[in-house]
Design a protein around this ligand. Structure first.
Ligand code: KG4
Ligand code: ZN
Length: 358
């Protein structure tokens, strides 16, 4: 079985082809640089860029895989949640190929793409505990199977990646902020600034980053003669120390709530062995190291996708498509892209319930 995956829900136009032997036959990612000057993704510009580049990305992916469109068995496209203009471009490209080739179409929840990515590269078995941390989402879930998610906690305000991006913006480090914060943090003293660990007193697994972000803002303001962060006079070392202290606080907030989630996971699923992190923030080595330590302490096996498959890519969509295709979970060409699509909401229909089969 060979599946093509298409990703276009944010600022990466990407495609990949994988087979059921877990081999990546070809892949291609274009990260849109057009947004850098705006300090964040501009939806209209993103949609236009996806439209301009989707054909060449698909062509290049087939070329790298040394395959022809007729060689694939199914087409999967990231169909939400995300910026709807971009999602529509990828879904339309996927449906057009499916129609022209008479192959089945699979609508992938972008978050499911992140959630299952580690199963392509590591021997992760259902059920597993997942920390999903991206630019738009921050959730702790139990992944029981394809399309079967139990959410234990979520952020009540900002996503983890959003917090990294906003702190980076306050420090004029550019977009996306996560990689820049990580780079600066490596040069800094993580114990210099005392920052809050939000929601530590709540008994649930929910997370919050807005208080942490505000605390960072106050520190930066204290370096400005008029309390305006744009006028803050920071030495490189001050910036590095802020980044390191923030990265530590954000990571410890995640670890703290994961500890609570592990208790629930072990009680409900004693057979579960794996702790997985995924999503763009999972590219952060400091976080990965802390999660490895946590898993060691808790007797769990820690897995994360290789760093390049943490941020948005076509491989994770192709692999989620493969997992669905192997179960015959296809969608009709009337599937409507969903700008909002919670992971634990209704799963796409299985074959036989309106699905198109080759
Ligand atoms: O999964 P992703 O590529 O897109 C979404 O689905 O949102 O995640 C992007 C997010 C951005 O907020 C970016 O700052 C963050 O992932 N990120 C990182 C790192 N690399 C990317 N955050 C912390 N450390 C990193 N190394
Ligand atoms: Zn993503």
């Amino acid at each position: 079985m060979i599946v093509l995956g298409i990703e276009s829900s944010c600022d990466e136009t990407a495609a990949a082809i994988v087979n059921d032997q877990r081999q990546i036959l070809g892949e291609c990612v274009l990260t849109q640089l057009e947004h850098k000057v705006y300090g964040g993704v501009v939806p209209e510009i993103a949609a236009r860029c996806h439209l301009e580049h989707i054909d060449e990305i698909l062509e290049e992916t087939f070329k790298r895989a040394n395959l022809k469109p007729q060689d694939i068995d199914a087409i999967a496209a990231s169909s939400g949640p995300g910026l709807i203009g971009g999602v529509v471009v990828g879904v339309m490209a996927g449906k057009a190929l499916a129609l022209a080739l008479n192959k089945p179409f699979i609508a992938i929840n972008h978050l499911e793409g992140h959630a299952l990515a580690a199963r392509l590269t590591s021997d992760v078995k259902y059920p597993y505990l997942l920390l999903l941390v991206s630019g738009g989402h921050c959730q702790i879930l139990i992944v029981k199977g394809v399309g079967e998610f139990e959410r234990l906690g979520t952020t009540i305000d900002d996503a983890a990646g959003e917090a990294f991006d906003k702190v980076a913006k306050m420090l004029s480090l550019g977009y996306p902020g996560g990689p820049m914060i990580e780079k600066m943090a490596a040069l800094g003293d993580e114990n210099r600034f005392v920052l809050p660990r939000p929601l530590q007193n709540s008994h649930d697994c929910n997370l919050s980053f807005s208080g942490l972000k505000t605390a960072v803002r106050k520190i930066i303001e204290s370096y400005a003669p008029d309390d305006n962060i744009e006028h803050a006079i920071l030495r490189k070392q001050d910036t590095a120390d802020i980044c390191a202290s923030f990265q530590k606080a954000a990571t410890e907030s995640l670890v703290y709530k994961l500890q609570k989630a592990i208790v629930i996971f072990k009680t409900k699923y004693p057979q579960g062995k794996d702790l997985v992190v995924s999503g763009g923030v999972a590219a952060n080595t400091y976080l990965r190291n802390r999660l490895q330590q946590l898993a060691d302490t808790e007797g769990l096996i820690f897995s994360a996708p290789p760093i390049r498959f943490c941020t948005d890519n076509g491989v994770m969509i192709a692999w989620a498509g493969m997992e669905r295709a192997l179960k015959g979970m296809y969608n009709g060409l009337d599937f409507k892209p969903r700008p909002r699509w919670p992971l634990d909401a209704d799963a796409p229909k299985a074959a036989g319930a309106g699905g198109v089969k080759a």
